[in-house]
Design a protein around this ligand. Structure first.
Ligand code: ZN
Length: 279
């Protein structure tokens, strides 16, 4: 049985705590929410931090506090910082990478989001990739468009990325890629053609979370992604209790496919993160 990594994106950058009181905002809420998700089977946590007014933050002290709490309470869990997120000054998006999380998200191109252009200038992409390489951080390549795969390939060719990056397809963001099974095949086909050694996962936003996960598991994805950053509902009528409930749903789906949930140690093997921050 192939182990599958469950990645949990606990907070995100959208200010919607009023819509979902379970969204963790403060570092202590984030550590607690991550711990519950870890107990439910998550082996990778994707982190955005917030200011006290819930706006997106790039404050290294916040990132450091959350990372320290997770390393202490969730042994061997993979810690991934976001370098994206709306409302952040581009020059600050890499300002916490010196803290050497295991991984960091890296968008390799620009795209339209619901109300903004998510701008990732080539110079910024290369700067972030350089910081990640120099700090020994493994990027997770965020693919919002087919051209972003080729953006990743250019980083490989420039020596800024190894030949087996971890790639996440993001589907269902309004104005970007629709959540469509055929599109996932198209993206995956291109990934296998240009970066055949890459590991991969897919994230479905909002109501697309469960179907995208299902399609990914049917195609031997190395990981699935869940969490309140992407989706706050279990059904149309009911909000998710917390991040842990979304992880439980992912774990159930993995089991139903005849697969099993990866331990943190297995997740580190799958994503080529030997021993870092491990207990
Ligand atoms: Zn994120």
């Amino acid at each position: 049985m192939n182990p599958v990594v469950i990645a949990v994106a606990i907070t995100g950058s959208v200010p919607r705590k009023k819509d979902n009181p379970a969204l963790p905002i403060t570092p202590s809420e984030q550590i607690e929410s991550t711990h519950a998700a870890y107990e439910a089977g998550a082996s990778l946590v994707h982190i955005h931090v917030r200011n006290d007014d819930e706006s997106s933050s790039s404050d290294p002290d916040r990132f450091a506090a959350v990372k320290a709490g997770i390393v202490k309470h969730c042994p061997a869990m993979i810690v991934q910082f976001s370098t994206g997120g709306r409302g952040r000054d581009p020059s600050q998006r890499g300002s916490s990478l010196y803290l050497k999380p295991d991984m960091a998200s890296l968008s390799t191109g620009s795209v339209n989001f619901p109300t903004i252009v998510y701008e990732n200038h080539t110079f910024l992409v290369r700067d972030l990739a350089t910081k990640m390489r120099d700090n020994g951080i493994r990027p997770e390549i965020e693919v919002f468009d087919l051209s972003h795969l080729h953006g990743a390939l250019r980083l490989v060719e420039a020596g800024l990325l190894d030949d087996h990056p971890h790639v996440q397809f993001v589907m269902g963001v309004e104005n970007a890629l629709p959540a469509d099974e055929h599109l996932l095949d198209l993206l995956l086909g291109e990934l296998k053609r240009i970066l055949p050694k890459a590991t991969w996962t897919a994230a479905g936003i909002g109501r697309h979370q469960a179907p995208v996960m299902e399609w990914a598991l049917q195609r031997q994805a190395n990981a699935v992604r869940t969490g309140l950053e992407d989706n706050i509902r279990v059904t149309k009528e009911r909000l998710a209790r917390d991040n842990a409930e979304l992880v439980e749903i992912a774990a159930d789906m993995i089991a139903r496919k005849g697969l099993r949930v990866a331990s943190c140690e297995e997740a580190r093997m799958i994503l080529d993160l030997p021993g870092r921050n491990a207990a």
